[in-house]
Design a protein around this ligand. Structure first.
Ligand code: GTP
Ligand code: MG
Length: 194
């Protein structure tokens, strides 16, 4: 499949406010600064569709995009941002809980982890949460351009162990050079048209 159109729909703190229900949804989750917004832009070939920043914690709301007038891609606020206080963390937790319990249209979650780092406690918690809720997900290893192709499997091993996935189930992705874009499009196609 190819992305023919991509438009920003809305930002919200409370999923209950979303008026665009009805279309299938795919959500993008991961810790702050892992490359969620960058992945959305690369996927859609639109540099400024989702706001990106080298300062973590840029996306604090649920940002919804309409792709191919067929499905919604939801950019979730990043977790594990060290500089937020306890209250902000609680707010984040409630927002996620609320989203995952209310989003009946959610088909799949793209769980982003940085290929260079072992998954954090927060990554593992998100992984457990999705498994408990029986929400299908795929692990995407971002910033793959930072690691040579030959060295990637070595980096994937700890990710596989921490998140209980097989290496061939992981998509290595780069927002820089487009690595994994085709694989991601194929995954989305499969999720939407299974
Ligand atoms: P929050 O909105 O804070 O949760 O972050 P995010 O996950 O949306 O991250 P974002 O896409 O804003 O990217 C964070 C930083 O990482 C930016 O400086 C990006 O340019 C950089 N980055 C993202 N993806 C890649 C990638 O694939 N390769 C490289 N080299 N840099 C990347
Ligand atoms: Mg973002």
């Amino acid at each position: 499949m190819e992305i023919k159109s991509a438009d920003f729909v809305t930002s919200m703190a409370d999923y209950g406010d979303f008026t665009g229900k009805g279309l299938p949804q795919i959500a993008v989750a991961g810790k702050s600064n892992v490359g969620k917004s960058t992945l959305i832009n690369k996927l859609c070939r639109r540099n400024k569709l989702a706001r990106t920043s080298s300062t973590p914690g840029k996306t604090r709301l649920l940002n919804v995009f309409l792709l191919n007038e067929e499905f919604h891609l939801v950019d979730l606020p990043g977790y594990g941002f060290a500089k937020v206080d306890k209250k902000e963390k609680q707010r984040w937790g409630q927002m996620m809980q609320d989203y995952f319990t209310k989003a009946d249209e959610l088909l799949h979650v793209l769980c982003l982890v940085d290929i260079r780092h072992e998954p954090t406690e927060d990554d593992k918690q998100m992984n457990r949460f999705l498994r408990e809720m029986d929400i299908p997900f795929s692990v995407i290893a971002t910033k793959a351009d930072k690691i040579s192709r030959g060295a990637r499997s070595k980096y994937l091993a700890p990710i596989c162990r921490a998140l209980s996935v097989q290496p061939w189930e992981i998509i290595c992705f780069s927002g820089e050079d487009g690595t994994g874009r085709e694989d991601l499009l194929n995954l989305i196609d499969k999720v939407l048209h299974a």
